[in-house]
Design a protein around this ligand. Structure first.
Ligand SMILES: NC(=O)c1ccc[n+]([C@@H]2O[C@H](COP(=O)([O-])OP(=O)(O)OC[C@H]3O[C@@H](n4cnc5c(N)ncnc54)[C@H](O)[C@@H]3O)[C@@H](O)[C@H]2O)c1
Length: 338
């Protein structure tokens, strides 16, 4: 099962190393924020990261000075607002959590007006300074920011779809945790492949593909699916105006970055869901889709098909596709007039 391979890859040893890995410089753009700070802390502990460049329009040098005292070998450098280009020099992986988060009552799409231009401008800088970098997009709405980044790189003539990723790992993390709460099984036994996009009804958990998920039925199933799709709202509500998920998102972002870094350094069989340029629903006009993706030395190596779906999952997918299409088109339209 795909989900089984994903679970295997997430728990594999982090000791894997190669000469390529020893050269890996990673940048975090938005490193001073709620996600950026704990994400930087977690990346500092990753053995595959040799240099960590922290950039933000506010506060990155302070975060860098703090994180740099952690006793791991990587070198940490902070860059203030006017040093974006310096922060991007020679980087192999760029993680972008820059932008504004949701407040109660907002959807991820409500963030579009602010975050679209932030992400576009950061992508343009990456295209100029480190055109071969792999871009991990956390800034919401991911369904639209990934197309914006891709179109920006296309305009600059440096687009490679193997190197642009929407980070949907928090949906995978939530699905495993919430399913374990329902079944009593260990979260490691509840690795659910989550496909589609990253907001509300576009999030499609394939519970039927794993043993513990298959048995969940009726009202319990409906509630579990709703919780996986709208789990972010629980955090937005509880934070009561102070933002959205930051700590669980930093964990998820670090987990995805680790998977990519392992793939880039030559490890085989690294498979995890991520939102990428995909042929799976291209015939329906949907150019980007999250499904299990094998990560390797070139980034995206192989996009897995969805596998067998239950009748319920077919319905979830049918509801996902039109919303996802609209989100993608909105991102593309923004990039076209920029
Ligand atoms: N992909 C996911 O699953 C997921 C989950 C949670 C949140 N998010 C998104 O992540 C983003 C960040 O959330 P947060 O809670 O960390 O917000 P935050 O406001 O705490 O931090 C955002 C940071 O981005 C910085 N920033 C703004 N414009 C910038 C620019 N042009 N260049 C560099 N840095 C810039 C800000 O100074 C701030 O430090 C939001 O868009 C949020 O919706 C995504």
């Amino acid at each position: 099962m795909f989900s089984r391979s994903a679970s295997r890859t997430f728990t594999q040893s982090r000791q894997f190393s190669s000469s390529a890995a020893r050269q890996t410089k990673v940048a975090v753009l938005g490193a001073g924020g709620g996600i950026g700070q704990p994400l930087s802390l977690l990346l500092k502990q990753n053995k595959l990261v040799t240099s960590l460049n922290l950039y933000d329009i506010r506060g990155a040098p302070g975060v860098a000075a703090d994180v740099s005292h952690i006793d791991s070998p990587s070198k940490v450098t902070g860059y203030p607002a006017d040093q974006l280009d310096q922060a991007l020099e020679g980087v192999k992986v760029v993680v972008i959590p820059a932008g504004v988060p949701r407040k109660p009552g907002m959807t991820r799409d409500d963030l579009f007006n602010t975050n679209a231009s932030i992400v576009r401008d950061l992508a343009a800088a990456v295209a100029r300074v480190s055109p071969e970098a792999h871009l991990l997009i956390i800034s919401n709405p991911v369904n639209s920011t990934v197309p914006i980044v891709s179109e920006t790189l296309k305009k600059a003539g440096v687009y490679n779809p193997q190197r642009v990723f929407g980070v949907t790992t928090l949906d995978v993390v939530r699905a495993a945790r919430f399913l374990s709460e329902v079944t009593g099984a260990h979260p490691d036994e509840c690795k659910v492949t989550v496909v589609g996009g990253h907001s509300g009804s576009t999030i499609v958990p394939l519970l039927s593909q794993i043993a513990h998920g298959k048995g969940v039925k009726g009202e319990t199933y409906d509630k579990l699916v709703h919780r996986i799709q709208f789990g972010g709202d629980e955090v937005v509500k509880a934070k009561d105006g102070a933002g959205s998920a930051t700590l669980s998102m930093a964990y998820a972002g670090a987990k995805f970055a680790d998977a990519l870094l392992r793939g880039l350094s030559g490890e085989k069989g690294v498979v995890t869901p991520t939102f990428v340029k995909s042929d799976l629903f291209a015939q329906e006009g949907i150019e980007y889709f999250s499904s299990n993706v094998e990560l390797g030395v070139n980034g995206v190596e192989n996009i897995h098909p969805l596998g067998p779906l239950s009748a319920e999952e077919e319905k979830l997918l049918a509801a996902c596709l039109p919303d996802l299409k609209k989100n993608i088109e909105k991102g593309e339209a923004f990039a076209a007039q920029s």
